[in-house]
Design a protein around this ligand. Structure first.
Ligand SMILES: Nc1ncnc2c1ncn2[C@@H]1O[C@H](COP(=O)(O)OP(=O)(O)OP(=O)(O)O)[C@@H](O)[C@H]1O
Ligand SMILES: [Mg+2]
Length: 364
């Protein structure tokens, strides 16, 4: 199959040389169709058209220099793989280019045609694998979303029916049966919660969640979330300490969503924290932001897991072995809801040293 490569290179000598070494490496098989642009803007114009499989990019161009050149190409065509072909043998820039998403960083004069050709082929192949992965992810999202939708109605029907049964329970109902009915009621609540989480994740990923801001005192939002979790804390003899400023902490936020974030962040130490442990909630006002932290004295989370716990469906196996497993959606939803409001959510923790989940929201 012929590869269509776009070479963005301003030096005519270099461009000619690259064309030649590629032709040699290709040994007349016609496997590469090479297009050429000598300015970034012209390269971007060609990219806007169809058919380019891979870009060979020089970073120093008349109208753009350094890593910014790569960033511009990436932004214009996020799915087209880019191999940087630079005159600059700079390890630092090479690493940064690859971190930004370049497939390879080759130094002109130090590579032969065969190497460039192979690098382009691999880049295209990786691009294909990545596209297939994205497609699978999209299908998975759609599947979860449609199944969750379909489950909503029957679960609501179970919940309603069990409510009627519980309200009309005869006095002589055996206690064993009464307990079973209660279990069905609880399980229906859990299932409804899980379905809501799945729908929320799907909506967040599709960018279909709207922010409804209103002016609120954040101390009230925190107190409400704490009240909701308190009965559960009692079941594991956990204590909660709040530290809120004396004065009102006004902010224009989506209070319902912040409440949900807090319930997620408080629910985790309730489940994974120490029996009889302590959970702290601190609200701090900063010059142009507010910061809310939830701290526990539980098992902690090793640093290598700090990114992964925010991925959907991800659970740290150790902390979950202590009790019932969650679905691994809480933190992904919490981060999504915070970022939607222009904020940040992160964790500070080490194994055995408790965890602090902190989020900041800009005050506008
Ligand atoms: N405070 C904490 N202490 C120790 N481990 C934690 C803490 N918070 C989260 N984790 C770990 O991070 C994982 C992901 O948390 P997350 O809230 O996303 O999912 P979950 O609690 O498992 O399920 P869900 O919140 O959807 O019910 C948890 O399974 C747990 O292993
Ligand atoms: Mg959770």
């Amino acid at each position: 199959m012929t590869i269509c490569a776009l070479l963005i290179e301003d030096n005519p000598g270099d461009a000619r040389l690259i064309r030649e070494v590629l032709r040699e490496a290709d040994a007349g098989h016609g496997a590469v169709e090479l297009r050429h642009a000598d300015h970034l803007t012209r390269g971007l114009e060609q990219l806007a058209g169809e058919g380019v499989d891979v870009v060979l990019l020089d970073l120093s161009l008349p109208d753009s220099q350094g890593l910014a050149t790569f960033v511009a190409v990436r932004a214009a065509a996020p799915t087209v793989p880019v191999v940087v072909l630079s005159g600059l043998d700079d390890e630092g820039i090479a690493v940064r280019a690859v971190q930004e998403g370049a497939q390879d960083y080759l130094v002109k004069g130090k590579v032969d045609g065969g190497t460039i050709l192979r690098s382009m082929r691999y880049a295209i192949e990786r691009g294909r694998v990545e596209a297939a992965r994205r497609d699978l992810e999209r299908q998975r999202d759609e599947f979860f979303s449609s199944v969750s939708h379909d489950l909503r109605t029957p679960v609501a029907a179970i919940k309603a029916a069990i409510g009627v049964v519980l309200a009309n329970e005869p006095a002589e109902m055996p206690s064993g049966l009464h307990r079973l009915l209660g279990n069905v009621d609880l399980a229906a609540d859990e299932l409804a919660g899980l379905i809501e989480d799945l729908l929320q994740i799907a909506r967040l990923r599709a960018g279909r969640v709207e922010v409804w801001r209103s002016e609120v005192d954040l101390r009230d939002v925190i107190s409400r979330a704490v009240r909701a979790i308190e009965p559960l804390l009692a079941t594991r003899a956990q204590r909660l300490e709040m530290s809120l400023p004396e004065q009102r902490v006004e902010a224009s936020v989506d209070a319902e969503k912040i409440g949900r974030v807090l319930r997620n962040l408080l629910g985790n130490p309730q489940k994974y924290g120490r029996e009889g442990g302590k959970i702290g909630v601190i609200l701090e006002r900063q010059p142009d932001a507010v910061c809310i932290s939830v701290t526990d004295d539980g098992p902690g989370i090793p640093p290598e897991e700090h990114d992964r716990i925010f991925e959907r469906f991800y659970r740290v196996s150790e902390s979950s072995s202590a009790g019932p497993m969650g679905s691994g959606l809480g933190l992904a939803i919490a981060r999504g809801l915070v970022e939607l409001q222009g904020g940040r959510l992160w964790v500070e923790s080490a194994r055995g040293a408790g965890s602090t989940f902190r989020f900041s929201l800009p005050i506008r």
